[in-house]
Ligand binder design. Structure first.
Ligand code: ANZ
Length: 809
């Protein structure tokens, strides 16, 4: 018998599967559709262990569904635009396209070595002109609907990458990609009107996402219900946004953001030098620095606002804790009931007036050291006194203020429109031309795609490299035919992943982004990937699909019916794997040493999939040994070792209860327990091979079922065994076995037998044994017999499954 040699079988089967088109998806095949999708990778050049971890478990599950009769679509592609390709091009003096396509080829090979059921005939890269053509088509369609527009304003600028960034790409004030502190610049840019969909994006009723993901998106959208209140100022009326109109009578000063348009007008000559210095300093700070808890800073403008009810004069200050990008960029400050306003008032000696008091509480002390932010009763507010106050009870107050023309109900969102343009090369060119006569005009549809020019300089200059290819730049106006210039910005690369799940349905379709006849394949039934995409990618794609729905392109409102996030495989040291830490595990090395099936097994076994955990280099030996045992079990005819007593019922119980457990575990994505159950079953089978049950129909059934159970997790060895057992076709198109419910539940029970209340022996009887049968078995037991011999039995007690008691005298 040959030893288990994965290298001899894995490549062989991968080639055979490829040749027979085993994993080609066909929408006309029978079975309920199931669309399983794992987030596509960026073609960095190498599949790392994280990619394996993210892909093998969903692959196993897709295979399991297929065996259960679902018609499963499981595609893969590459999210190929973005800065790393450009940076690599600058470093290696190659073209981003050359670098990217070489990486794609290498990574496709690595995916194939993993032995997945990916249908490679549907693969595409988002940098394929045939793909990004549809980004351009969508852009123009969105523009026609007023959803793509150009606007000037302050934008986030990364000084290192020399490009603007969307709010979503600024993490704690730093560039998400390179970590450089982000600056603000005033530029005219393209935006997508995602804010039109803010409310709908808060509704998750058609998409099942982990609680954490829903929360992150909800907070990102940041819906706040409140009111706008207008104050008179020397520079005209100024409206503030407040979520606490119930505290209006407690407003003791007003604060403007340093960038607020009225700052200059409101600043008196006396205060001008100080205010200008403060505004300049604030401009040099990042948003994070400005929002950090700590000493509040600010400066008085010298002007006053008039309180709309009392007519009191409220000093107007400038402070950087007020952001120009939120609400109206100005606030009414209520120090008695807001933390930041309180700290500010204490620092600058401004008035603190209590207007909300907790039920039964003492009045706020003059030297109070903190504000009261809870619910309560309105006080010190004239006609409003006695009403309930607090965040939860503002509706009635707003109504009253509205009736008097002082306030207007207002809902504000933190979500901003999606800044869509980048001044970089490796992305989708924005399909617009600029005509001196007719302004910005979309490129006619029949001229799409606008391809990226090939002769450009990649070194970042702060301008789009596309500007440097003058031949490409010059074009004609679609309206007048006169000379015009192309738009030289490229799209944010998040556009690429916003609708790619539709492209897999018909990757070669040329009449539109996808063939509408395939729409019923959507939504993706199970989408899997990292939690790092909880906001950006998911929010953008949810938005995109809603627009597609409104365009009449699709019937669906959500791209993903269910989303699940895998955890992360960390280094041995519990830290994130990274080259600089030197803790990276290379899956290629592991495959060379152990074979793909062992690596697959280990990655499913290493941790609960949704949790992840640290890599343990010793741990892989367990799965490696297990597969050797499995191999021997099936291929070695010699039976050695002491005889065992596994009965037919024991064997069938082990097989069918495992089958039942594994199915349930697949359903709930509990992959590590699947592997554990299969290992346990292997132990029973190894024993059964030395028991009388060996060679019986029950034994054959056990091997057949075990072979099928192995198929999703270890596809190569399962296929080899299938062939060796002389089965037809592929194990991967074989049916998932049906559970024999009776066999899966033990029908015997082992019970202690008491003689006059003392346990004297043990019997194994049928769960449905009658009193007579149970007593007969008990009396037959030698240990019990000794205690009843020669005695008179006065009572026999039998509670099925619980008690056998023989009372003697
Ligand atoms: C008066 C007030 C009294 C407020 C009170 C709060 C508590 P959320 O819930 O996050 O939407 N605010 C408004 N615009 C702001 C800006 N541009 N920068 C900084 N702060 C701003 O927060 C809304 C509250 O944050 C608003 O309600 C306003 O302060 C402040 F006891 O108005 B409030």
């Amino acid at each position: 018998m040959e030893r288990y040699n994965p290298h001899a079988i894995e490549k062989k089967w991968q080639t055979a599967w490829e040749q027979s088109g085993l994993y080609r998806f066909n929408e006309d095949a029978p079975g309920e559709k199931f669309y399983a999708l794992t987030m596509f990778p960026y073609p960095s050049g190498n599949l790392h262990i994280g990619h394996w971890y993210a892909n093998v478990a969903p692959d196993a599950r897709a295979r399991w569904l297929r065996m259960r009769g679902f018609n499963v679509l499981f595609p893969m592609g590459f999210d190929a635009f973005g800065l790393p390709a450009e940076n690599a091009a600058i470093k290696n003096r190659t073209n981003p396209a050359t670098w990217t396509y070489a990486n794609i080829e290498r990574m496709t090979g690595q995916f194939q070595a993993m032995g997945t059921m990916i249908d490679w005939s549907r693969q595409f890269a988002t940098c394929d002109p045939e793909y990004y053509r549809w980004n351009q088509w969508f852009f123009i369609e969105f523009y026609k609907r007023g959803l793509a527009y150009k606007k000037g304003g302050l934008v986030n600028w990364c000084p290192k990458d020399q490009t603007v960034l969307a709010n979503e790409q600024v993490v704690n004030g730093h560039c998400e990609r390179c970590g450089t502190a982000v600056e603000k610049r005033n530029l005219s840019q393209w935006y997508m009107k995602i804010t039109d969909y803010a409310d709908e994006l808060l509704d998750f009723s058609d998409t099942d996402m982990p609680e954490k993901v829903r929360l992150m998106q909800t907070n990102w959208i940041g819906k706040s219900v409140g009111a706008e209140v207008t104050f008179d100022t020397p520079a005209g009326p100024e409206t503030v946004f407040t979520t606490r109109p119930d505290t209006l009578m407690g407003a003791t000063f007003m604060v403007l953001a340093p960038e607020h348009a009225k700052v200059a007008d409101l600043t008196t000559d006396e205060q001008r030098a100080e205010v200008e210095a403060y505004v300049a300093a604030a401009g040099r700070k990042t948003d994070v620095e400005r929002q950090q808890e700590g000493e509040k800073t600010g400066v008085f403008t010298g002007s006053y606002a008039t309180h709309p009810i009392t007519g009191h004069q409220l000093p107007i200050w400038v402070a950087d804790y007020v952001l120009v990008t939120y609400g109206t960029g100005s606030i009414m400050a209520v120090p008695a009931h807001d933390d930041r306003d309180f700290a500010f008032a204490r620092k600058f000696g401004l008035d603190v007036v209590e207007v909300i008091r907790a039920e039964g509480a003492e009045p706020m002390a003059a030297d109070a050291v903190e504000p009261y932010t809870g619910e309560g009763v309105i006080v010190n507010s004239g006609e409003f006194d006695g009403l309930s106050g607090g965040k939860a009870s503002i509706a009635g107050i707003v109504e009253q203020l509205e009736a008097r023309g002082i306030a207007k109900a207002k809902t504000t969102y933190r979500l901003r429109d999606w800044l869509f343009a980048r001044q970089r090369y490796w992305g989708t060119p924005i399909p617009f031309v600029h005509c001196p006569e007719h302004g910005a005009q979309p490129v006619p549809e029949d001229q799409l795609p606008v391809r990226l020019p090939e002769n450009v300089e990649f070194t970042p200059t702060g301008q789009s490299p596309l500007k440097l290819d003058t031949e490409w730049l010059k074009t004609t106006c679609p309206v007048c035919g006169g000379p015009a210039e192309r738009d030289t910005d490229t799209m944010d690369t998040f556009v690429d992943s916003s609708w790619y799940m539709y492209r897999y349905l018909s990757p070669d379709y040329h009449e539109g982004p996808f063939d509408p006849a395939k729409d019923p394949m959507m939504p993706v039934d199970l989408y899997t990937g990292g939690i790092e995409h909880a906001i950006l990618h998911l929010l953008y794609s949810r938005f995109w699909i809603k627009v597609m729905r409104d365009m009449g392109l699709t019937k669906h409102s959500e791209p993903f019916a269910h989303l699940r996030n895998q955890g992360m495989i960390l280094g041995e040291d519990g830290e994130k794997m990274s080259k600089s830490r030197g803790n990276v595990v290379d899956p290629d090395d592991l495959v060379r040493e152990y074979g793909a099936d062992t690596v697959r097994t280990y990655l499913m076994f290493i941790a609960p999939w949704e949790l992840g955990g640290p890599w343990d280099p010793q741990g892989i030996n367990g799965p490696a040994k297990w597969l050797s045992r499995v191999w021997t079990l099936f291929t070695d005819d010699k039976v050695t070792g002491p005889a065992e007593t596994v009965s037919e019922a024991d064997l069938r119980f082990a097989v069918h209860s495992t089958l039942k457990k594994v199915s349930g575990d697949f359903e709930r994505l509990s992959f590590n327990t699947i592997i554990a159950s299969l290992m346990e079953l292997t132990n029973t089978l190894v024993k059964a091979k030395r028991a009388p049950v060996f060679g019986t129909p029950a034994w054959d059934e056990a091997l057949d079922i075990f072979n099928r159970l192995l198929a999703p997790v270890v596809p190569h060895i399962a296929e080899e065994i299938w062939a060796a057992r002389g089965q037809d076709g592929s194990v991967h198109t074989a049916a998932w076995p049906a559970v024999d419910e009776q066999a899966a539940t033990r029908d015997t029970v082992t019970m202690g037998v008491q003689v006059s209340g003392k346990v004297r022996g043990q019997v194994t009887i049928s769960k449905s044994a009658t009193q007579d049968e149970a007593m007969a078995a008990a009396k037959d037991n030698a240990d019990v017999a000794r205690f009843i011999e020669g005695k008179q039995i006065v009572k026999e007690i039998y509670v099925p499954g619980r008690i056998i008691n023989i009372v003697v005298k």
